[in-house]
Design a protein around this ligand. Sequence first.
Ligand SMILES: NC(=O)C1=CN([C@@H]2O[C@H](COP(=O)(O)OP(=O)(O)OC[C@H]3O[C@@H](n4cnc5c(N)ncnc54)[C@H](O)[C@@H]3O)[C@@H](O)[C@H]2O)C=CC1
Ligand SMILES: O=C(O)[C@H]1O[C@H](OP(=O)(O)OP(=O)(O)OC[C@H]2O[C@@H](n3ccc(=O)[nH]c3=O)[C@H](O)[C@@H]2O)[C@H](O)[C@@H](O)[C@@H]1O
Length: 439
Amino acid sequence: MKIAVIGTGYVGLVTGVALAEIGHDVTCIDVDRNKIAELNQGIPTIYEPGLGEMMLRNQNANRLFFTDQHAKGLDGVEVIYIAVGTPQRADGSANLQYVEQAARDIAETLRDSVIVVIKSTVPVGTNHHIKEIINANVAPGIRVRIASNPEFLREGSALRDTFKGDRIVVGTEDPETGNILEQVYKPFGIPIVKTDISSSEMIKYASNAFLATKISFINEIANLCEKLGADVEEVAKGMGLDHRIGTAFLKAGIGYGGSCFPKDTNALVQLAGNHHHDFNLLKSVIEVNNHQQRMLIEKLITRFESLAGKRVAVLGLAFKPNTDDLRESPALVIIPKLVDLGADVICYDPIAANQGTRWISAPAVYTKNILKALSGADCAIIITDWPDIKRMEPDTYARLMASPIVFDGRNCYSISDVKQAQIEYYSVGRPSVIPETIH
Ligand SMILES: NC(=O)C1=CN([C@@H]2O[C@H](COP(=O)(O)OP(=O)(O)OC[C@H]3O[C@@H](n4cnc5c(N)ncnc54)[C@H](O)[C@@H]3O)[C@@H](O)[C@H]2O)C=CC1
Ligand SMILES: O=C(O)[C@H]1O[C@H](OP(=O)(O)OP(=O)(O)OC[C@H]2O[C@@H](n3ccc(=O)[nH]c3=O)[C@H](O)[C@@H]2O)[C@H](O)[C@@H](O)[C@@H]1O
């Protein structure tokens, strides 16, 4: 099938590449000329393991094209995906200006009837609003059908999530549109949930809000474990083995970040409020997360009388491993606060180090060399559980640092391993380790 994808951010690019990989003829359109130029040279504009090879293979097979010209990209297509951003407005609601603009661009360019699929995460009611915009601007006689098809991929495992996802959700106004999209997706062999448009839009927000709730729940349990002498890793394992609960998303830590959980939970609270529904549970989930992101700093302040002049190594900038994305990363809260408290901050990230100065204005040094970051440091803070950080022997901290005091926001090491290394260790929801010699 001939398909266009509007937007080549994370979702648009992965969607375009995956649809080409299963045999469709795909053109991705973006208004960002620099991105299109890079993509046309076979350079992926996001960091995602395996994406570059798949992209190039499909470009070489003439199944995948990139353009900044809507007229060229939309010519003769049967299905158009909208995958542009829906960032958060100051009041927490979703900013729909890019989706609305994409709808106007489509309407002004269309010459034939099509199905417009909204893949961007949008509040309930947006698909109907977008259909109205298109119908108001499209040439007479052109029939546009609309469909909601939310995306569930995770950054860093986007290809696996796309090719081996649990379900594909398709919300339509009529069964025929649902059947056509079912054909588009058939080669993936993933169960397809066909539903109405409003339910489909809500499935996306409810899923992200539920996952965020699981994380804030286990983080609250972790905070309680610290006070009561229990170990949250043991608790999560014991809970998760009950199939009704499940082990996924029960990893306690420094709080969730990223481009979606924070924005989508806020947008759902706003949407509820607009309909006179006070979503108290979700408001608490957000509050718990905001506190969790500051929790390591509180521990640091309790441990040190003053951070003035202390050399602090921050390990990890990205909001999670396998991405260079810093959006809503706890690093954005923690690093400026450390600088404020007078610390001399050096930050390590294997992939995102060169993004540091773009995102954080407070003065800090950024490096891709973990040994350089740790050498001579007075304490270390782990923000991202990158595999190389997790693989590092705990006694490396003792060997390299001026004083091996580690605040681990991701529970990277087992308590028994840490006890064998001569380091002082504070993690999340587990007993602290303070070697005899330090007492
Ligand atoms: N990033 C993620 O992992 C996931 C994101 N989502 C949702 O998918 C949507 C897209 O997210 P991202 O890919 O992260 O967005 P992004 O902000 O990284 O990229 C959006 C792209 O759209 C382009 N664009 C904006 N207006 C345009 C227009 N009128 N015509 C052509 N291109 C245009 C921009 O230049 C940009 O390249 C959002 O609603 C997000 O909530 C859903 C699941 C996962
Ligand atoms: O709508 C979206 O954009 C996407 O948001 C999340 O995906 P993503 O943000 O890429 O990453 P996750 O792996 O879900 O992690 C989000 C945050 O939660 C944290 N997390 C995750 C799991 C956990 O057990 N504990 C925990 O603290 C991670 O460290 C990270 O900061 C969802 O998992 C995707 O299904 C969804 O499509």
